[in-house]
Ligand binder design. Structure first.
Ligand SMILES: NC(=O)c1ccc[n+]([C@@H]2O[C@H](COP(=O)([O-])OP(=O)(O)OC[C@H]3O[C@@H](n4cnc5c(N)ncnc54)[C@H](OP(=O)(O)O)[C@@H]3O)[C@@H](O)[C@H]2O)c1
Length: 321
């Protein structure tokens, strides 16, 4: 064998090793069947997900909370050791949930990585709606699969959270290689999954805030208008409730365009003028809100086809849009 042949054989050997090395790295990440879970931040969401997954046969191997009181509560509920150091809890699991408040997820993840709490066989996920899996870059650098796994649900406490879980949608984003694990978790939780592109995660969350938080604001504005007439919030809501539920049902059945009724959809300018006059006189602080939503409603009516472009523009001018 001459020197050239020898070099060729060594190169071939090294490249084969490289291929095996990369295959090994890929295979080291569990794509399904991972069962050992650690909950880092066993508060409202962490406790509900941990408890529900335990009922479905997942093994809760460790948890972490910041205060002693929360640690005791979590250990009792989840039936696993509660650690004072998050990295110690993370080491015990294949799936690591980081369910701390949004503002510290990245910091907690960085801290665990610095202390050697992650290894490449693990999957690390957080449950924030606003952030993508990119804030878990320290875990990714340690070789783990990373996901954001946002339950599109509200969790005020354990009982209400467990009640609300079935049918909840989970927005899943991150390493496609570990989507299988996310699917298994969603299935075990009785939910449904929704894939979100990484760069659109904040937009997804903004949409959820509009549907949930802005709905509260919308109701509050209507109740304040009733308040000007000295109608209590309870009475006001009771009277509006059938209208609200009927509208929601219609939106669900036929979509917002077809469900839209009222003076904007009909192009009744004189009615809108009467609204504006009354709001200016009795509740001027609510005028901007009324105008702003009216402008978007005029566009919706144009899309519905009951207003011409000209009528929609005329209405928007009246509303200052
Ligand atoms: N609650 C919801 O309705 C809801 C819905 C969807 C998604 N989420 C998301 O789920 C995640 C958790 O929310 P949550 O409502 O469950 O929060 P939470 O009830 O306040 O629980 C937070 C957990 O993190 C721990 N923690 C607090 N500050 C910490 C810090 N500086 N360092 C380390 N750990 C800390 C807490 O420990 P102590 O109890 O000892 O303070 C607790 O275990 C967030 O990303 C949130 O956006 C929440």
């Amino acid at each position: 064998m001459d020197a050239l042949e020898e070099i060729c054989i060594i190169c071939a050997f090294l490249s084969v090793r490289k291929v095996f090395y990369f295959r090994e790295r890929e295979c080291a990440m569990p794509t399904k069947g991972a069962k050992k879970i650690a909950i880092i931040g066993a508060g409202n969401v962490g406790s509900v997900l941990g408890y529900a997954l335990k009922q479905k046969g997942y093994e809760l191997t460790a948890c972490f909370a910041r205060t002693e009181k929360s640690r005791q509560k979590a250990a009792e509920l989840l039936g696993c050791p509660a650690y004072e150091e998050p990295e110690k809890a993370a080491r015990q699991a294949e799936i690591v949930f980081l369910t701390t408040p949004d503002r510290v997820i990245e910091e907690v993840c960085d801290g665990i990585a610095k202390q050697g709490g992650f290894r490449r066989e693990q999957i690390v996920l957080h449950t924030s709606g606003a952030h993508s899996s990119e804030i878990l870059s320290a875990a990714k650098e340690a070789g783990t699969g990373v996901l954001s796994f946002h339950p599109l649900q509200t969790f005020p406490g354990l009982e209400a959270g467990l009640r609300a879980l079935p049918g909840t949608f989970f927005a899943v984003e991150g390493d496609e290689k570990v989507f299988k694990v996310a699917e298994e978790l969603v299935e075990a939780l009785g939910g449904r999954s929704l894939a979100i592109p990484t760069e659109m995660k904040p937009l997804y969350h903004a949409a959820a805030c509009v549907a949930c938080n802005y709905l509260s604001t919308l109701m509050d504005v209507a109740l304040r208008m009733y308040g000007v007439m000295d109608v209590s919030a309870e009475q006001a809501f009771a009277s509006l409730s059938p209208l609200i539920h009927g509208t929601l049902r219609n939106i669900g059945e036929m979509g917002p365009e077809k469900a839209l009724t009222g003076p904007v959809a009909r192009g009744d300018l004189s009615t809108i003028e009467a609204h504006l006059k009354s709001i200016k006189a009795l509740a001027p602080e609510l005028l901007t809100f009324y105008n702003c939503l009216g402008v978007y409603t005029a566009d919706l009516a144009y899309r519905k086809g009951t207003l011409s472009r000209e009528q929609a523009e005329q209405l928007k001018n009246l509303l200052g849009g």
